[in-house]
Design a protein around this ligand. Structure first.
Ligand code: SF4
Length: 477
């Protein structure tokens, strides 16, 4: 998937003019939020349920290295093969080589954000292996070459007329129709055929349970289960924070995940795999590979504030409460993760310099924080990124603030450090600023400062400094 995070502002402006997007955004996030609120009330004590899940995710972050080792030990004992991948390219290369070795020409995929992060579809396609997304929304988004619009409904905004044309052209649909049920049936027929002779299925992982070595998937369409049970080879990809300590923890997190994601008490399908198919079992793959992908997370983990982002369980609840997402939808975020979830994760994974507009596109209203079952304090994270940016932190950033602005701040700091310097500077610069700021000359010169002066004016400077006025008051003048 092409990274388009740097086009955030342009795409957001375009989407705000898109009548169809706006219609959807008026209904979708608030509708899912209402369903979520109703579902949460089915807990005897919703607040306690939230606190418990937040505590589980806090424990995961605190014990991440040891939990991963425990998971590896138990999953290996179950017969799974664990593959550690440092980068997305390494993970992609492993999958491509495995497919080539086994003569695989196509694979089916379950909906998984981690494989979008890796750009797996492109890597497979470039190597002559055709990937088929088997989740209906992902299948439509894949065929249209668009990023997901929403975590729950990746293509929910695509008009049925467009889907009709797409399916006639690419999904062997014979008769035109705009009936959603018939369109769904056409996709099912097309994809069902792919499962018949499937050699390799690829899925993500919702949770990896350390104490049992089990991987767990949550879904509503049954396509992940088909992708896991039909082929001889199953490849499941997880980012390393997907691990949870115990089965009891996983069971509680599922309850929160489903309620926050779709407003369901439980999704239609929960699949658990503890190793490949055993001798007396009917379904399941003969080989199970679990790829544990780092892709920069170890480095993120070194920063105690940034590592909080790894708590996320990808429920999507924060998207539905976010006043920004609710105006622009998922496309402007330009990559696998959208909404507050994306604003927290993407800067760490791609670097602050490529995602500047993402973590600035926030009112710091805390709606996302108040709802997050993983206990992420999104506004605090955005402020952390802004602080790193302001300090010119070069980690994965390649230079954060434009040079001119950084020099201006240096000069400012130097001038403000001594009272006499500040006094001379203010006396010299004040008339200049007062005269030119309004003419736009100053605004243009300092435009790289986040557009601050494009939408705001400098307050009029006092003719006298505070010290001068204070001296006057003290002297009773
Ligand atoms: S940040 Fe929190 S609310 Fe948003 S997707 Fe992740 S867990 Fe859910």
């Amino acid at each position: 998937m092409e990274v388009k995070t740097e086009q955030f502002v342009d795409v957001a402006k375009k989407e705000m003019q898109n009548t169809r997007t706006r219609q959807f955004l008026r209904l979708l996030p608030s509708g899912i939020s209402r369903m979520r609120d109703r579902a949460m009330q089915s807990f005897p004590d919703p607040d306690a349920a939230n606190e418990y899940s937040r505590a589980i995710r806090a424990e995961v972050i605190a014990r991440l290295p040891e939990l991963l080792e425990e998971f590896e030990k138990n999953a290996t004992a179950n017969g799974a093969k664990i593959v550690w991948a440092k980068t997305a390219a390494e993970a992609n290369a492993f999958i491509v080589n495995l497919a080539r070795e086994r003569g695989v020409t196509y694979v089916t995929k379950g909906k998984s954000m981690i494989t979008e992060e890796m750009g797996l579809n492109d890597a497979l396609g470039e190597n002559g292996i055709e990937p088929f997304e088997s989740d209906l929304g992902e299948f439509i988004a894949q065929q249209l070459h668009r990023p997901p619009f929403h975590i729950v409904g990746p293509a929910i905004n695509v008009p049925v007329e467009e889907i009709n044309e797409l399916f006639l052209a690419k999904a062997n649909m014979k008769e035109p129709t705009t009936d959603p049920v018939k369109l769904g049936y056409a996709a099912r027929l097309y994809l069902r055929d792919k499962f018949h002779h499937l050699a390799m299925g690829i899925t993500g992982v919702n949770m990896a349970i350390a104490e049992t070595g089990t991987i767990l998937n949550v879904e509503n369409e049954g396509n992940i289960r088909m992708s896991k049970s039909s082929p001889k080879i199953q490849v499941s990809v997880m980012s390393l924070e997907k691990v949870v300590p115990t089965m009891a923890d996983a069971m509680h997190l599922i309850r929160l995940l489903c309620r926050n994601c779709t407003g369901q008490k439980l999704a239609a399908y929960i699949s658990m795999d503890s190793g490949p198919k055993k001798q007396d079992e009917v379904d399941g793959p003969e080989e199970l590979y679990i790829i544990i992908l780092d892709n920069g997370r170890t480095e993120i983990y070194q920063d105690v504030q940034a590592r909080e982002a790894l708590r996320c369980i990808r429920c999507g609840a924060c998207l539905n409460t976010c006043p920004i997402y609710s105006k622009i939808g998922g496309y402007p975020y330009g990559w696998a993760y959208s909404g507050p979830m994306g604003q927290v994760l993407t800067p760490l994974l791609l670097g602050l310099n490529k995602t500047h507009d993402l973590f600035h596109a926030c009112t710091l209203c805390s709606a996302c924080k108040s709802i997050c079952p993983a206990g992420i304090d999104h506004p605090k994270m955005f402020l952390h990124y802004r602080m790193l940016e302001a300090r010119g932190n070069k980690r994965k950033t390649g230079g954060l603030i434009p040079d001119k602005a950084a020099k201006l701040f240096d000069l400012w700091g130097w001038g403000a450090a001594k009272a006499w310097r500040w006094k001379i500077a203010v006396k010299t610069v004040r008339p200049f600023i007062n005269r030119y700021a309004k003419d736009g000359v100053i605004q243009k010169a300092i435009a790289p400062l986040d557009g601050w002066f494009r939408t705001r004016d400098l307050p009029a400077m006092s003719k006298k400094t505070f010290h001068e006025r204070w001296a006057k008051i003290k002297n009773g003048e």
